[in-house]
Design a binder for this molecule. Structure first.
Ligand code: ATP
Ligand code: MG
Length: 787
């Protein structure tokens, strides 16, 4: 093989070099967290292009998030010193959307298919469950969605389910009915859910070998990051893409003018693409979504002759952090023993903290972040992880009060907000006239007097006449509805037709810009004005969000000249949670442990390390559940470069009730000498300086009695805290403050304002307190008065 130039190998250890330089059909890189797997993949891509072994267009690299894809592209281009157009670096989902947009018609799907997210899925399942009264058998939209997803990830469809189901069992028979109706509704709407994107591509390749051959011929080098989290459908997709093209297909395509022979060997066959996968079975955290750890374990069987490279040295974290990670993961059975190590030294001890409530825990975190920031750590290099979204409430409350800049990654995502979904539904209805879900969403949004009875009448009329919902809207005048309702429906149908004409890619002079199509729809429907003129204060924010959407379409138009409405919708439907991380903004990132995969931060706070949260109570009873939760903890620990904080609370409010929280069993697995436990302030029962007591199956009665006592004390603490907060809910919005003023704070006493920054509701006073030190306070809500 051609020599890889030294600058692409520089700064790599011998094993990493070997992995970059290896040439052969299959390469598996297995290694622990932070050992440079992603880095090796990146250098390997660059080396293939630099040596001219591959054109950029012959490379397909699969990453876990769109953000990771963008980073890898940037790195590759930096290594090569030039842009590498034509290279596909993307997630499984994005790659499949690109393929399906081109080839949809082969499998009887419109190129303009809509992609349904989980919220859309729920709406449809809710309707189906209501229609079939399946709720009486205990079916819920979420439960049915999970089951359908699981089946699709195993490449099962309605027919195969029907063959294997026991239809004498009312549950299974009912589920079959739901699954069948769900599939039909998506088909009728020319829509695919997320799992379909992968499954339909596999189906396309299997059913149409000539279509598959085009991609097998094109992608000569396929590389997959985070392979341990691939599910069966994704595994099958890679399998299809790496198959050789058989001589008869080569010959046939050649007669159609596709140049194939140049790539064929002496037997007339095009050999399968070379495949590189990297992964770490200790970081497999998506079994609940069908990820199959066996994909990595059995790689050598599936790709005989595969080369395996092991990486051992960790370049991310300190030895203390790695020792904790090693100690925790060693408790999982059925794994290859491997230990992370670094040449970088022990570093600081891990800091442990037990708060008496979630708010106390959050306050500790806010204070530590403030201290880190003062010592020169940028906010964007600090992250707080948690197991469940509900945990953000306490953190956000305290962060706001402490005026810490933060950002919740993947919380209520922008595109999941109701008003954004409404505006998007207008665009979707224009792009895909078959999409009944979108049409029904906007039918009476904003309110135009079209009630549910009319909606049903339209739907039935469409059904009975074998027409689409949209067509039924166009002929609404013949339905004998009231004149006002008829006029409203006709006006909406006309508005959509006008917009469709504007957005038509075949339009003379090119399609109208997406922003202008959206503005046309907003003006015609009155959606934006209705929000602007509403008396509901929340509608003001909603209007701002819709305006933000307009701004986003403007950006899109500018960045993608000539792109169509469909291109925009495709991009939006593929934005993954981790994509919202914005490295440039100087904010602390808050995210779930699942979102944290593959990322790294100078300082990491792992919160809520309690039984019931980690391991999560839902997983405790599932086979393999606690082991997967342990891997999740391991993923969290290994994100930290220099500083790691583990925190928990002694009581936690859930579902409006305060209950005793027990330290997680995983805490016990970390050797004592690695953690520096800090005392919990103001809590009499705290054992400052020692580890918190871990849950023990043989808990004595005495212990249980003490726990009841702690419930009482926790409840008391909670009440005290609530009183304090409610006392603090005030509005100092008008308080005039400037540098030099003296103030009194309810907790910190007297101090002098050194600086005032920010504007409006976000004004922050920097205060030097006489005894409490430096603090930053959000003026609007801080319990302060001017002296
Ligand atoms: P994860 O399992 O968490 O995805 P990973 O194995 O993909 O981790 P990388 O993210 O590629 O690890 O690397 C971890 C960190 O170590 C990165 O900051 C990377 O730049 C750095 N790194 C990797 N290899 C080396 C090396 N040989 N010399 C110096 N730094 C390195
Ligand atoms: Mg990685």
């Amino acid at each position: 093989a051609p020599r890889v130039s030294e600058h692409l190998l520089d700064g790599l250890n011998p094993q990493q070099r070997a992995a970059v330089e290896y040439r052969g059909p299959a390469l598996l890189i297995v290694a622990g967290a932070g050992s440079g797997k992603t880095r090796v993949l990146t250098h390997r891509v660059a080396s293939l292009i630099e040596t001219k072994e591959a054109w950029p267009s012959q490379i397909l690299a699969i990453t876990f998030t769109n953000k990771a894809a963008a980073e890898m592209r940037e790195r590759v281009e930096a290594l090569l010193g030039e842009a590498s157009g034509g290279m596909w670096i993307s997630t499984f989902h994005s790659a499949c959307v690109r393929i399906l947009r081109r080839e949809a018609e082969a499998i009887g799907l419109s190129k303009a298919f809509t992609i349904y997210d989980s919220a859309d899925q729920r709406v449809i399942l809710k309707r189906i469950i209501k229609d079939t009264s399946a709720d009486t058998l205990g079916f819920t939209p979420a439960g049915a969605a999970a089951k359908i997803s699981k089946l699709k990830n195993e490449l099962a469809d309605v027919e195969s389910y029907a063959r294997n189901a026991n239809l004498d069992d009312p549950q299974e028979a009912m589920f079959l009915d739901i699954f069948r109706q769900y599939t039909r509704r998506l088909r009728d709407a020319s829509a695919l859910d997320f799992d379909d994107l992968i499954a339909e591509t596999v189906y396309l390749f299997r059913a149409f070998p000539k279509v598959a051959a085009l991609y097998q011929r094109r992608f000569r080098h396929i590389l997959v990051d985070e392979y341990q989290d691939t599910n069966h459908a994704q595994y099958a997709l890679i399998r299809e893409l790496t198959r050789p093209v058989e001589p008869d297909v080569v010959a046939e395509l050649e007669t159609h003018g596709v140049r194939m022979r140049v790539l064929a060997d002496d037997d007339g066959r095009i050999p399968g693409a070379s495949l590189t996968v990297v992964g770490d079975s200790d970081q497999s955290i998506y079994a609940f979504r069908g990820a199959d750890i066996r994909n990595i374990v059995e790689f050598e069987r599936d790709y005989p002759g595969a080369k395996v490279v092991l990486l051992e040295q960790n370049y991310r974290s300190t030895q203390n952090i790695l020792s904790a990670a090693n100690a925790v993961i060693a408790n999982n059975f059925d794994r290859k023993d491997k230990k992370l190590w670094t040449a970088d030294g022990d570093g600081a001890k891990i800091v442990g903290y037990t708060g008496y409530s979630a708010h106390d825990e959050a306050q500790f975190i806010a204070d530590e972040i403030d201290a880190l920031h003062r010592s020169g750590v940028a906010y964007r290099d600090i992250a707080v992880f948690y197991r469940t979204n509900a945990q953000t409430r306490a953190l956000e409350e305290i962060f706001v009060r402490s005026a810490l800049p933060y950002r919740v990654v993947g919380g209520t995502k922008f595109y999941e907000r109701a008003e954004i979904k409404d505006a998007m539904a207008y665009l979707i209805a224009v792009a895909n006239p078959l999409d009944e879900l979108a049409l029904r969403r906007i039918l009476n949004t904003p309110k135009r007097g079209i009630g549910p009875a009319t909606e049903t009448q339209l739907a039935n009329f469409a059904d009975e006449n074998g027409m689409t919902f949209r067509e039924a809207m166009r002929v609404a005048s013949g339905l004998g509805l009231g004149p006002k309702v008829t006029a409203a429906i006709t006006a909406l149908a006309e508005l959509l037709d006008e917009a469709a004409e504007l957005a038509d890619p075949a339009r003379e002079g090119g399609p109208t810009k997406v922003a202008d199509v959206l503005l046309h729809l907003m003006a015609g429907s009155g959606l934006l004005d209705t929000l602007r003129n509403s008396r509901d204060p929340q509608d003001e924010t909603r209007a701002e969000n819709v305006e933000e959407l307009v701004a986003q379409t403007r950006d899109f138009d500018r960045e993608n000249p000539g792109a169509t409405l469909l291109d925009f919708l495709t991009q939006v439907s593929l934005v993954a949670a981790a994509d919202e991380i914005d490295d440039e903004s100087g904010t602390v990132s808050l995210m779930t442990l699942h979102t944290a995969k593959g990322l790294e931060y100078h300082a990491v706070f792992l919160t809520g390390i309690e039984e019931g949260l980690l391991p999560h109570q839902m997983s405790a009873t599932e086979p393999g559940g606690p082991a997967e939760e342990r891997r999740l903890f391991y993923v969290g620990i290994t994100r930290a470069r220099r500083r790691l904080y583990l925190s928990l609370a002694m009581s936690r409010a859930q579902f409006g009730e305060v209950s005793v929280a027990m330290p997680s069993r995983y805490l016990q697995e970390i050797p004592d000498e690695l953690i520096d436990w800090r005392q919990s302030p103001g809590d009499a029962t705290s054992r400052g300086g020692t580890r918190p007591r871990a849950l023990n199956a043989r808990q004595s009665r005495e212990q249980q009695r003490r726990d009841r006592f702690s419930v009482a004390s926790a409840t008391k603490a909670k009440t005290e805290w609530t009183n304090r907060v409610t006392a603090n809910v005030r509005d100092n919005g008008d308080l005039e403050l400037e540098a030099g003023d003296r103030i009194r704070h309810a907790d910190f006493g007297e101090g002098r304002v050194t600086q005032v920054t920010g504007i409006g509701a976000k004004r922050v006073a920097h205060v030097s307190f006489d005894t409490a030190g430096q603090k930053k306070l959000l003026i609007k809500i801080a319990p302060i008065e001017k002296l």
